[in-house]
Each structure stands twice: as structure tokens, then as C-alpha cells.
Write a protein that binds this ligand. Structure first.
Ligand SMILES: [Fe+2]
Length: 280
């Protein structure tokens, strides 16, 4: 594989969310996303599922300590690390217990932290509804700086770019394997986490998730709909701390070589079926 593929292929593996009330958040994910909690350190819980993992620790409400991506093998990881070091980006030890020892962490210009590594083989527990943790989206006040970082330092490929009529970029969707986006960056008035998503297998799964959330008395906050960018079906709910949790299906697949596509910043770009939630 040529060196210029860098992070390709990689998948989002887990997120470390922080909360002022971690116990309540663990309870929410156990119930709502059908995950098995397991204490891994003082004040830190691993929420385990077959294809979705979260670590919840004490910290600011709605905070994300890091997003962890798993690469294909150690050789790819070494090539990526060498590339990052050549660009004079600081590399830190990985705090993640779910990654092999070779994992490391970097910070982007907004201070969002990314663990890059190879996930440890983990005993899995059955989950009632499918949904592999698939993408994470950040808000930023400087979208061009963040997109440039993730393109040139990590090698994410730009899929869809959303622009206003005057050409100003409002959103960029980036991929690290054939799935349309594993990372999204939205223009906003503040930096931080926007949402994260688990990809299920079909429209019927979305229906079943909707019924499950209804049974938990958790209302759908946006959707059902179909995104223009990515073409995926979706519903959103909010967790105990107000984090936006998406369940989607049918996300588009793109090749490595495919060139970026442009969308106008309007409702249909974010929801072909109806009203959009425009962040800016
Ligand atoms: Fe999303």
C-alpha cells in the first residue's frame, strides 16, 4: 500500500465521553444503546458492545476526551506515526485500554484528541440491535484549518463539502475507508463535539431502534430522514447529558480516488426528506 494512503483504511472504534455524572450516563447507554458496563479503572467505565464501544469518565458534561480509530495493521500504524512526526506534530501516549500498546494520541488544532492504533481483541457480548460505531462530528470556528489538518496530517479523504452561495464552507465530510464519512467537521460558533453515529444494517433496524427508544421513553429529536451528503437514513436521540446520538443505515460507499462533491448549504443537503437542523 502506498504511503500516501496514511489512515486509509481505518474505522472509528470507540469514544471516551466525559460527564459530571458518569453513573447516570453509563445507565443511559446501558439501557438505550443496549451496552454492558464494565469498570476498568476508578471512575472509568467501558461500555461494551459487539461493534460499539464507549468509555465514560468523570469530566466536563458533553466532553469528548478522545476519539479512537483502529487501523488495519502495525505496519500502517508505523507509517502513519512516521508521517505525523515528520510534520512536527506532537505524539502522546495512548490513554485507551482498548488499544494495543503501539497506539498513540495526537491533538488537532482545536484540541480534539485522536487515538490511533490497533484495537485489542475483546470478548464480545451479544447486542439486541445492530449499530457499529461509525462516525464522529466536531464543531469548529475554523473549518478550513481543521479540514487541512485532517487531510494532510492523517490522510482523511474529503467526500462531501457543503458551501453557502458565497462559497463559504459550512460542513465537510471525510472518509478513512470506503464509507462516505468517518469524520465530519461543521462550522459553528463554538468548538467541540457535535454528534456521533452508529451504523445499523437496514431501514428495518431504524424502525426497531425507534421502537426501542419509544420503549425507553426516549424521544426522537431529529428524523427519521435521509441525509443528502452520505445518503444515509437516520434518527437522532439525545443522551442523559444532551449529546446527540445518531443511528443510521445505508451510508454511501466511495473509492479512495473519488473526488469531493459539493452541496449547497440548505435543508435538503442535511435531510432530503424534510426539515434540517442547520448548526450555522
Ligand atoms: Fe452523522
Amino acid at each position: 500500500m502506498p504511503d500516501d494512503k496514511l489512515i486509509w483504511p481505518a474505522r472509528l472504534h470507540h469514544l471516551n465521553l466525559t460527564s459530571e455524572d458518569p453513573e447516570a450516563l453509563v445507565d443511559w447507554y446501558s439501557r438505550a444503546l443496549m451496552m454492558e458496563p464494565r469498570g476498568i479503572a476508578k471512575g472509568e467505565t467501558w461500555l461494551r458492545g459487539k461493534n460499539r464501544h464507549f468509555i465514560i469518565s468523570h469530566g466536563p458534561r458533553g466532553g469528548l476526551k478522545y476519539a479512537a480509530y483502529t487501523l488495519e495493521n502495525e505496519a500502517q500504524l508505523i507509517r502513519l506515526r512516521n508521517h505525523i512526526c515528520e510534520k512536527d506534530i506532537a505524539v502522546y501516549p495512548s490513554p485507551s485500554p482498548l488499544m494495543e500498546d503501539s497506539a498513540f494520541m495526537i491533538a488537532d488544532p482545536d484540541g480534539n484528541q485522536f487515538v490511533l492504533g490497533i484495537c485489542r481483541e475483546a470478548a464480545v457480548t451479544p447486542q439486541m440491535l445492530p449499530g457499529r460505531l461509525q462516525h464522529v462530528v466536531f464543531r469548529t470556528t475554523d473549518i478550513s484549518r481543521l479540514v487541512a489538518f485532517h487531510s494532510s496530517i492523517l490522510g482523511f479523504r474529503v467526500s462531501d463539502v457543503v458551501k453557502e452561495e458565497n462559497g463559504e464552507v459550512t460542513a465537510t465530510f471525510m472518509r478513512s475507508d470506503p464509507e462516505h464519512h468517518s469524520l465530519g467537521i461543521f462550522r459553528a460558533s463554538e468548538t467541540g463535539l457535535d454528534h456521533f453515529c452508529s451504523e445499523s444494517t437496514s431501514w428495518n433496524d431504524i424502525r426497531d431502534w425507534g421502537d426501542h427508544f419509544a420503549g425507553c421513553q426516549i424521544p426522537i429529536t431529529w428524523g427519521a430522514g435521509r441525509h443528502g451528503a452520505g445518503n444515509n437514513l437516520f434518527i437522532f436521540v439525545a443522551d442523559q447529558d444532551g449529546n446527540n446520538v445518531e443511528i443510521s443505515a445505508e451510508i454511501e460507499h466511495w473509492t479512495f480516488e473519488q473526488q469531493p462533491r459539493e452541496w449547497l448549504h440548505e435543508q435538503r443537503t442535511l435531510n432530503l426528506w424534510g426539515s434540517a437542523w442547520l448548526r450555522s
